[in-house]
Ligand binder design. Sequence first.
Ligand SMILES: Cc1ncc(C[n+]2csc(CCOP(=O)(O)OP(=O)(O)O)c2C)c(N)n1
Length: 377
Amino acid sequence: MKAVDLIKEFKRHELGPYIEVPCSILGPLIEALTHDKECEVMNPVNEAIAMGLATGSFLATNRVPVVLTQNSGLCNTLNALTSLNQTYKIPVLYLIAWRGLPGAEDAPEHDIMGSKLEGILKAFGIPYEILSEEYYEDQIRSAVNGIFSSKEPGALLLAKGVVEKEKRGTKGRKPGYGLSMADAVNTIISVTGGEACYVATNGYISREARYALSVNGLEEKSPCFYMLGSMGHALPIALGIERYSRAGRKTVVLDGDGGCLMHLGAMASVGRGNRAATNLIHIVLDNGVYASTGGQPTVSGDLDFSKIARGCGYRNVYSAREASSLAQIMNRLLNSRGPSFVHVRIDDSDESPKLRVSEKCTCEDIRQSFMEGLFHY
Ligand SMILES: Cc1ncc(C[n+]2csc(CCOP(=O)(O)OP(=O)(O)O)c2C)c(N)n1
């Protein structure tokens, strides 16, 4: 079906606003919503915040809001769902993208959530319909009627390919704004490789990190924990490593603007007095978009990451948009007491992404070789 057909049905039931955290499956729908002047779209940094915004909008308008989320993000909403929406009877229509659909090929980080999705919805008492091209009008009507009568959240599940992909629209920052993601990651890794271990955030950045470590022949010397799911957790994982690893080497976080923003609060744990993460180098590769899910904008353009880092107690704070200055900064930080923060402006270019890390190894392999690399340093 076409995204505009779905939107037409949502409008028929006077739903809104549309509050989204992207997923590649939701991409065409988010794009169509964004281009539709009658639809109000909000893009909070994570799915839990989406529930708060949805709740506030209902309180102010008595309209049923739509929260668009990947199934991975559903669990981020469960505290608000149970203690707020279901307890206060504040309705929301969830539109949940179903990654890891049993029987369909998908990336391994979606397997568990994909197979447990229906069980979770049942356990939490969320009625749901699996959207189909044939019956979507009836399904939306029945979901909305259920939500109106119970005043509790209900869900529509969207599998890959049910909404047609359309031509990509304009994205965030154009080529020429800064470095390409590939150049930025390669510069960081070629300067710090051998001296550091890495945590790479999920999506394209992990793929670039694996590629750069491999072409520079650094895979053995510089362990990297490639996060494939768990969006937003790169910094906390790195903080745990930095704090408890005996090796005392620099721990470099290759974060994205979307990943960093998703759990921005983690930055508050970095610079705490004599417990400061002195070996931490936190790098945010900021392209202004969620490149990995199709280039939907993040809110990074409205923020000053460097000021946030200073406010959180990072000792050294830099920004870079060229390879030469980035290389100099990385060199300096290797010999500086941290915590350190580098904001790197990168392009939202249309370069094709590197191979998925999971095409080369399993998640258990990633964990194992990271731990071996760290212990044998
Ligand atoms: C909780 C959760 N919500 C949504 C997603 C879908 N998702 C995967 S990668 C990604 C974008 C990451 O953006 P960013 O960190 O800016 O890196 P970029 O894609 O630009 O390289 C999103 C939204 C997810 N994996 N987990």
